[in-house]
Design a protein around this ligand. Structure first.
Ligand SMILES: [Fe+2]
Length: 433
């Protein structure tokens, strides 16, 4: 069903959805009515999100007593490892797949955390390495919504509100509190997750751009209702305040036969993203490529921006075309989905990541600088490229995994070594060429 944040209605059996009201005395098919609130009851109308579910059993039957469990590689903010220096420009090769059986939960590898899960601000950046499907096992995060960015392999998310199949070049959002199971369609699967502790992702305002381009609402798709009426001993794992808990039940919790509302999982094909850019000279700030933004309390200062660098034409005259050198109050974690990134032709490879933390300078390496300085400025298509950025107002802290176990590129910092001074006091400058 199309439309970002639309008010949907869907039923897997005819007549399962009550019309004109939410709580009939007796629901059709003997279902239970239940509301899932994604915002406070009293949130302003344009932000208020909730979904009414008509299900075989109410959710209280989908949990029992909880026991704490360890999920050692999934960290939550604040997580500041005293032995790790987060100050530095960092880059990683793709994290290799494991021989182990890893599910969506046990295969999550936290790279950075930012903010504070207890007060619901900030985020965590993860890489998932999934080698096995969840079987009679379900998960939900009470802490966060998850933005999923696959890089390799396809996954199926069977959720309470329907099924989403996801492949590289697509993204999905799994709302806070939504129960689901993750299966491998062809594996192994690797990708990135932005765990948003704060206010939900929304489409950015376009300002003078107007009503079209960038990410268009209609290209976001939510699933139709799909339910399981299945008896089997099942395990539900819950992330709550950075801690993991398990509970056992004797049936599938994915038993919502019909639902209506605007709090739902959603997927989006990044190939539908329509980039906007400069058409004469210079180029705008990278915020022009924002797909989704999760606001913080400070206007225009996002808890998280999800930013996409995809194929596009470069046509600017007399302009240094790659991303310029800069220092940023925001902190930038990038990942490469496929192809080559224009600021650094080598080293930032598909599946790889980089981190440029708050107020740390970065920019093109010497090769990219020289190429951009001396090349003929004909219109040029940047092809075969798709990278993204999780950008947050909060500094990102590396985990011990990111610093010590993940394939960090120790020599990354050297990529700016061969940049030289071209200043000799003359307006022409000093160039070898
Ligand atoms: Fe940057």
């Amino acid at each position: 069903m199309p439309g970002f944040g639309n008010d949907f209605e869907t039923e897997a059996l005819p007549g399962a959805l009550p019309q004109g009201m939410n709580s009939p005395q007796k629901c059709a098919y003997g279902l239970y009515g239940e509301q899932l609130s994604g915002t406070a009851f009293t949130a302003p109308a344009h932000q208020n999100e909730r979904t009414w579910c008509y299900r075989i059993r109410p959710s209280v039957k989908h949990t029992g007593r909880f026991s704490r469990i360890d999920v050692p590689y999934w960290k939550s903010a604040p997580h500041v490892d005293p032995d790790v220096a987060s100050l530095g420009q960092y880059r990683w090769d793709p994290i290799p797949h494991s021989e182990e059986d890893l599910t969506w939960v046990t295969g999550m590898r936290t790279m950075t955390t930012a903010g504070d899960v207890y007060t619901q601000v900030g985020m965590a950046a993860h890489v998932y390495l999934v080698t096995t499907s969840m079987e009679d096992e379900y998960f939900y995060s009470a802490d966060s919504e998850l933005l999923v960015v696959p890089q390799e392999g396809r996954l199926r998310f069977s959720t309470e509100l329907g099924v989403i199949e996801l492949e590289p070049k697509e993204i999905a959002i799994l709302p806070r509190g939504l129960v689901y199971r993750v299966e491998l369609l062809d594996g192994p699967a690797r990708g990135f997750v932005c765990e948003n502790y704060g206010q939900k992702f929304e489409l950015p305002g376009r300002g003078p751009i107007g009503a079209n381009c960038m990410a268009n609402s209609r290209d976001f798709k939510s699933p139709v209702a799909a339910f399981e009426d299945r008896t089997a001993r099942s395990r539900v794992v819950i992330k709550w305040q950075g801690q993991f808990h398990e509970t056992f039940i004797d049936h599938s919790p994915l038993d919502v036969v019909a639902w209506h509302g605007n709090y739902a999982p959603v997927k989006y094909d990044l190939r539908n993203y329509c980039p906007i850019g400069a058409i004469l000279f210079d180029h705008p700030d990278p915020s022009i490529f924002t797909v989704l933004t999760a606001p913080s309390g400070v206007p225009g200062t996002a808890n998280i921006d999800f930013v996409l660098f995809r194929e596009r034409w470069m046509t600017m005259e007399d302009t240094f075309r790659p991303p310029w050198y800069h220092k940023n109050v925001m902190s930038e974690l990038m990942g490469n989905i496929y192809g080559e990134y224009d600021a650094k032709p080598q080293g930032f490879v598909p599946g790889g990541m980089s981190l440029h933390n708050m107020m740390l300078p970065h920019g093109p390496d010497n090769d990219a600088f020289e190429k951009a300085t001396f090349s003929e400025l004909a219109p040029q298509k940047l092809d075969n490229t798709m990278s993204f950025m999780f950008e947050t107002r909060f500094p990102q802290h590396l985990t011990g995994f990111a610093a010590n176990e993940a394939p960090i590129q120790d020599e990354y910092i050297d990529c700016w070594d061969s940049l030289e001074s071209h200043f000799d006091g003359t307006p022409e400058g000093k160039w070898d060429k």
